[in-house]
Design a protein around this ligand. Structure first.
Ligand code: URA
Length: 228
């Protein structure tokens, strides 16, 4: 495997960040500084980043059905975190791929693969996220039209990208968006004059929340889901 790939897989660095660290001479292979990110590294080589030995880990990809009241943070003094329910080794090496608000339920992805994390969260890749939304008041034709065309959010320069709306009933919709700004769905609904009372994420890219997972339960992703 190339050195930059190994470094990004063994850490949270993206491939380009890994290249920079390697070029700066922070990485040693079998005791020698290697500054060529493309150098091929054999399976039994000892690779060190700033003196700490790293090895090609078995990467983890997890889906969790997040309950309300749980935060997507590493630590929180007042609330349980998504990491508290995961009894896996090296839980501290996992990162949330796309946070949900404390009161939002549903699909949360966690991984220790820096490249995959970047792939799934980067706005460049535009992965679709699908939410079920319970609304305060009946959805109107006008609100659907504005959301579908792209709505102007407060404090944003550009309108949000067009959303796809499916009406489940007057106060419950399914919305698919390709952006992941802070409080995006709640702000979109507020911008058209409605209000979210319940939000549940069902899908990210091709990964659908497994309906056999009760709230708080998790499972590893399968090979097809990891492929994106
Ligand atoms: N949009 C929101 O407003 N909140 C979430 O948790 C996710 C998307």
């Amino acid at each position: 495997m190339r050195l930059d790939k190994l470094l990004s897989q063994a850490t949270v660095f993206t491939r380009s960040q890994a290249k920079i660290h390697i070029k700066k001479g922070k990485v040693k292979v079998d005791g020698d500084v290697v500054k060529n990110p493309a150098q091929h590294i054999s399976d039994n080589a000892n690779v060190e980043y700033m003196g700490v030995s790293i090895s090609k880990p078995k990467l983890r990809y997890i889906m969790l059905n997040k309950p309300a009241g749980v935060v997507c943070a590493n630590k929180d003094k007042d609330h349980p975190t998504v990491f508290d329910s995961l009894f896996v080794p090296n839980v501290e090496s996992l990162h949330v791929a796309g946070r949900l608000d404390i009161d939002t339920t549903g699909l949360v992805l966690l991984t220790d693969d820096g490249q995959w994390l970047h792939q799934i969260t980067s706005p460049k890749h535009n992965h679709r996220k699908v939410y079920q939304v319970d609304l305060d008041t009946d959805i109107t034709e006008k609100q659907i039209r504005i959301l579908s065309e792209g709505v102007q959010l407060k404090a944003e320069k550009e309108r949000s990208k067009p959303a796809q709306i499916e009406v489940i009933n007057k106060t419950k919709i399914r919305i698919a968006i390709s952006e992941g700004k802070y409080h995006q769905v709640k702000r979109m609904m507020a911008a058209v004059g409605n209000h979210v009372i319940k939000l549940h994420r069902e899908k990210v890219a091709n990964i659908m929340l497994d309906d056999t997972l009760a709230e708080g339960q998790w499972r590893d992703l399968d090979a097809l889901e990891i492929k994106l």
